[in-house]
Design a protein around this ligand. Structure first.
Ligand code: SF4
Length: 221
């Protein structure tokens, strides 16, 4: 029983660190990141492969204590794929109870229906060039809130056209305030993407991953 209780109250964590938010509508704000270990996907452009394996098992109490000690009002639960560990749900609930502004970065392949409604969900829709387009769980779009954000990481013009098609098909501009278009680092020119968005008068947010510009995506920054 004791062992069961212990395992029910822990998560595998790759890192917890204080930095500036690199993406989304809160870009630039001081944020504590809790990176959970493990991901069932293998996107071709993945920049967090170091979070696939290893990690340190931590009690939820200790995670909350560490987040509190780092002293930022914004907390992002990221990965890997955080929802691959079911105790991500009680962790987010507890952080919301503590008064933090909590966001969740998720691949869009796992069910978000149980995520606390106070959490801002940043939901990926994986494009064809990611290699994981078949993993999109479109039923998640039934649970998305207006203040959540939907993110497309785009590798080429075909991905851009595909994203536009999905926006229309699922009426995404009616579902969320922010649809995010992010070019894959080193593959798609941000200028090209910006030109396409402007030419099409598309009301999406172009984002350039501030942490990569500032720190070249070093772990823990
Ligand atoms: S979902 Fe995220 S962490 Fe998982 S493989 Fe894709 S980019 Fe990497």
């Amino acid at each position: 029983m004791w062992i069961l209780l212990m395992s029910a109250e822990t998560l595998k964590i790759t890192e917890i660190f204080y930095s500036l938010q690199g993406e989304t509508s809160t870009v630039g704000l001081p944020t504590v990141f809790v990176r959970l270990t493990g991901c069932p996907l293998r996107c071709v452009y993945c920049d967090t492969e170091y979070a696939f394996y290893g990690g340190k098992r931590m009690a939820l109490d200790d995670i909350v204590d560490e987040v509190r000690s780092l002293g930022a009002p914004w907390v992002t639960i990221t990965g890997g794929e955080p929802l691959a560990q079911k105790n991500a749900l009680p962790l987010m609930r507890r952080l919301c109870d503590e008064g933090f502004n909590v966001s969740l970065e998720t691949s869009g392949s796992l069910d978000i229906s149980e995520v606390d409604s106070r959490v801002t969900v940043i939901l990926d829709l994986k494009t064809p060039a990611s290699g994981e387009v078949a993993r999109n769980l479109y039923a998640n779009l039934e649970h998305i809130k207006r203040e959540d954000e939907i993110k497309f990481v785009l590798n080429d013009r075909q991905d851009y056209d595909w994203a536009r098609m999905k926006i229309d098909e699922y009426r995404l501009f009616e579902k969320v305030r922010n649809v995010l278009f992010s070019p894959t680092f080193g593959n798609l020119s941000p200028t090209d993407l910006a030109d396409w968005i402007v030419a099409d008068r598309l009301p999406v947010r172009l984002q350039l991953q501030l942490h990569k510009i500032l720190w070249n995506d070093e772990p823990g920054r």
